[in-house]
Design a protein around this ligand. Structure first.
Ligand SMILES: Cc1cc2nc3c(=O)[nH]c(=O)nc-3n(C[C@H](O)[C@H](O)[C@H](O)COP(=O)(O)OP(=O)(O)OC[C@H]3O[C@@H](n4cnc5c(N)ncnc54)[C@H](O)[C@@H]3O)c2cc1C
Length: 605
């Protein structure tokens, strides 16, 4: 481990999963996880980390420099070593760790999957996009593809024999997915359509790992209603296949171009022509016009996947910075400022470097806590044996997914930028990996619904759902965690967080009032600030929960640096980070709406 080699804080992941969230107890009673006791879960994480360190991390920097290439026939060549890394993932069942074991998936429980995605993405974000999208597409196919193909095709993807993509975006339809223009025309064969159009920004649109690729394409059939309601979903392979999955002719879904990007250069981002070079066929998935509904089924998981990328950006960058701060000798201690011959110290001794590291540590560790909790709650929402509990978990997931997606990607990116600062000038060079982490990480706040769109989802849908019941439920749970923290000796900190929750609630009421007066722009201009304040308060609650658990462990078996670090996280969070959320929440109620004035931002003066 060093400032140039990927490392992962396995101890902290274990603390969150086993001590704080107690996942083994929560998953007990779910038949399919009967084998996942603590030892098996821990061994799975260790093995995942070994695979990431041996196969993904070593090709990360080269993947960035080499990037992908495409030939005239639309075949992509990925950077050296990517193909071998994919093969290692497929051989070990790591392409879809959470997928059904009967179909080639790993069958691991949700919260363990969260940790694995963090590990893989931290080791090599560009490469880990390919299995992430393949597993997502495989799950859609498993549940919604034509009956006779479902299991067989899903098994090809989940085992890593074939690749998969998600094709939503078009030049004129990004955030506004309902404006899709790709067309699907019925053929003589029932359920088979001819597709025409052009999809852009398609991750993994082609690669040189697998014998076939299945694209999931949103398109409109003739006479489809306008907007998202008219969207249908199609399974469009690179090579057509028979019912027995033997490969046939080349289908007309061709990569026309690849994007040259700021980061994730090893991930091919493709313009995919449908029917532009030869006829393109695909099977309808689900029923006509159910495209967006099917996408909604998968959306929480996909958004959590990107949130984990954000966490991975922050957590890998923090580890690099932490090691560098201990290695780099520069200057003397402040107390020796006037003594030219005073001993030179490692920069970790300088207060400002410690402040940067502390901010990084707090964001990373509380985000990890929030995201792994979300993974557990999503798993329980799907698999719990108790219907009432399922409903509660689902409500939590619905509310927190947009919060987690935006917060993890924005804070993770900030952590990476701050890690570059810890490195000084060297951080800005390619001699160290942090500059790549920054460039790779920026996309996370943009794709899978920009963070602005996440905030609209939170404010426009989730906060209003069931008359605010989701938010009220969250506040009650948060107050429960704070009550426990209070009992464990964190009275002052818990009260500060409680007050912040009340301030957040007031800002929500204020926005609702603007909405009721039918000033939609006036309400929605606060969407991102509200999400940010909410996220910071939610992460403060995670800090309180972690401190509580750490305090109990200290009382039982003594203090360690890690456990003491959790108590200090809570102090720092409440003292240095939470006030920003309170200020943001208060600024919402100040009534400013100046940016909406029509005099601004016109190109005429
Ligand atoms: C590297 C990369 C990989 C990608 N991979 C895939 C993929 O695999 N599959 C796929 O289908 N797509 C993919 N995308 C596309 C990605 O999801 C879109 O870029 C994203 O949804 C934003 O769309 P856009 O680029 O058209 O931006 P726009 O929608 O034009 O947005 C521009 C800005 O305007 C804001 N904005 C737009 N509409 C609204 C609104 N109604 N309210 C408030 N603000 C708004 C946005 O938040 C943003 O800040 C990828 C993109 C990149 C760059």
């Amino acid at each position: 481990m060093s400032s140039t080699q990927f490392s992962f804080d396995l101890d902290d992941a274990r603390f969150v999963l086993f001590e704080q969230l107690d996942i083994v107890r929560h998953l007990a009673g779910i038949d399919k996880f009967a084998d996942f006791d603590r030892d098996v879960c821990a061994a799975t994480l260790e093995e995942g980390l070994r695979v990431a360190q041996e196969h993904l991390a070593p090709v990360n920097a080269n993947g960035d420099r080499q990037g992908c290439k495409v030939d005239a026939d639309g075949n992509v060549t990925t950077p050296a070593g990517f193909r071998e890394a994919w093969q290692a993932l497929a051989a070990g069942g790591w392409v879809a760790p959470h997928g059904d074991p009967e179909l080639g998936g790993g069958g691991v429980p949700g919260p363990i999957h969260m940790a694995l995605v963090e590990i893989f993405s931290g080791a090599n974000q560009a490469l880990s996009m390919y299995p992430g999208l393949t597993a997502g597409a495989g799950r859609v196919i498993q549940h919604f593809a034509p009956q006779h193909l479902r299991q067989k095709v899903a098994a090809k993807l989940l085992s890593g024999q074939w690749g998969g993509t998600m094709c939503l975006t078009e030049a004129g339809a990004g955030s506004s997915v309902g404006d899709n223009r790709a067309r699907a025309l019925p053929t003589d064969v029932e359920g088979v359509y001819t597709l025409e159009g052009e999809k852009i920004f398609i991750s993994g649109g082609d690669q040189d790992f697998t014998e076939n690729i299945v694209h999931l394409v949103l398109a409109k059939t003739p006479n489809a209603p306008e907007g998202t309601k008219g969207l249908s979903l199609f399974m469009v392979p690179k090579f057509w296949f028979d019912d027995d999955l033997s490969l046939g002719e080349r289908n007309g879904a061709h990569v026309l171009r690849i994007e040259h990007k700021m980061g994730i250069n090893g991930s091919s981002t493709c313009v995919l022509g449908l029917g532009s070079r030869s006829p393109c066929r695909g099977w309808l998935i689900g029923t006509e016009f159910s495209g967006i509904e099917i996408m909604f089924h998968m959306m929480n998981e996909a958004r959590m996947g990107v949130a984990l990328q954000g966490l991975a950006t922050g957590s890998s960058a923090y580890q690099y910075a932490l090691h560098y701060a201990n290695e780099r000798i520069q200057g003397s201690a402040l107390k020796d400022l006037k003594a030219p011959n005073a001993p030179r110290i490692a920069i970790v001794g300088h207060p400002d470097v410690r402040r940067m590291l502390m901010t990084q540590k707090c964001w990373v560790e509380t985000l990890r806590s929030l995201l792994y909790r979300l993974g557990l709650r999503l798993q329980l929402a799907e698999s719990s044996n108790d219907e009432a509990a399922k409903k509660k978990h689902r409500a939590y997931v619905e509310l927190m997914v947009p919060v987690a997606k935006a917060a993890a990607t924005d804070r993770g990116f900030e952590v990476a930028v701050s890690a570059v600062q810890v490195f000084g000038g060297y951080g800005y060079t390619q001699d160290f990996p942090v500059e790549q982490v920054v460039r790779d990480g920026k996309i996370q706040s943009i794709y899978e619904g920009t963070n602005g769109i996440q905030a609209l989802d939170l404010l426009g849908r989730k906060m209003r759902q069931d008359n605010g019941a989701l938010f009220i439920g969250w506040m009650q749970e948060a107050q429960g965690i704070l009550a426990t923290a209070k009992k464990n000796g964190f009275e002052k900190q818990s009260e500060s967080i409680s007050k912040a929750i009340a301030t957040l609630g007031q800002s929500a009421m204020h926005i609702a009032g603007i909405g009721r007066a039918r000033d939609i722009d006036g309400a929605m201009v606060h969407a991102v600030p509200f999400l940010e304040a909410f996220a910071t308060v939610a992460l403060a609650v995670e800090a309180a929960d972690q401190a509580s658990v750490a305090k109990v462990a200290i009382d039982a078996s003594g203090e360690t640096n890690r456990l003491r670090g959790k108590l200090l996280n809570l102090d720092y969070f409440v003292g240095a980070l939470l006030p920003h959320a309170i200020a943001t929440a208060k600024s919402i109620t100040s009534g400013d709406r100046s940016c909406l004035d029509p005099a601004l931002f016109s190109l005429e003066h």
